[in-house]
Design a protein around this ligand. Structure first.
Ligand code: FMN
Length: 165
């Protein structure tokens, strides 16, 4: 059984970023025939991610640590991921995602920031110990509409690589 967990790093709830993550998680879950994906929507935790006594954030961290496949989605802010996402991931120990396959996803408006996902986002996940077997996904706002079809094709092509670690 492959447990997929998505982390959504948009400070706004029910964002397009959230929808992309959910779409990819659903497509991947169909490939694995596993349990439904679980979500950690950081918009619902907000500034509590900075509170190390907060039980809800601690539970979210545990959920992430239990993932087999972790989809981490963020809007592109200042050519990288959101500060909210970084504050949450700072809660995880270095190397604590060993054995977890990660897929970084950025949604952005600027084509010249396409490489931000591989240059800035993937190294963060590697530092946490995850393996990142495929290039990250940089989705332009203009590509959101067609993302469901893309997610199905991507999942069919790359699901097995996510299990290889
Ligand atoms: C503070 C801020 C900074 C942004 N910086 C960038 C950026 O550097 N590059 C980029 O492509 N888009 C940037 N954008 C656009 C967002 O990435 C884009 O609107 C967002 O991904 C949309 O996601 P959402 O609909 O889920 O909120 C920025 C938006 C905001 C609000």
């Amino acid at each position: 059984m492959t447990q997929i967990v998505t982390v959504i790093g948009n400070p706004r709830p029910e964002s397009r970023t959230h929808a992309l993550a959910r779409t990819l998680a659903t497509a991947l879950a169909a490939e694995f025939s596993g349990p439904p994906a679980q979500e950690v929507d950081l918009a619902l935790l907000g500034p509590r991610v900075l509170d190390y006594e907060d039980a809800g954030v601690a539970a979210a961290v545990e959920r992430v640590l239990a993932a087999d496949v972790l989809l981490v989605a963020s809007p592109t802010y200042k050519a990288t991921y959101s500060g909210l996402l970084k504050a949450f991931l700072d809660r995880l120990g270095t190397g604590s995602l060993a054995g977890t396959a990660a897929v970084p996803i950025l949604l952005g408006g600027a084509p010249n920031h396409l490489l931000a996902v591989d240059v800035h986002f993937t190294p963060l996940l590697l530092e946490l110990g995850a393996f990142v077997p495929r290039r990250g996904l940089f989705v332009l706002e203009s590509q959101v509409e067609g993302f469901a079809a893309f997610a199905g094709e991507w999942s069919a092509s790359h699901a097995q690589a996510l299990l290889a670690g």
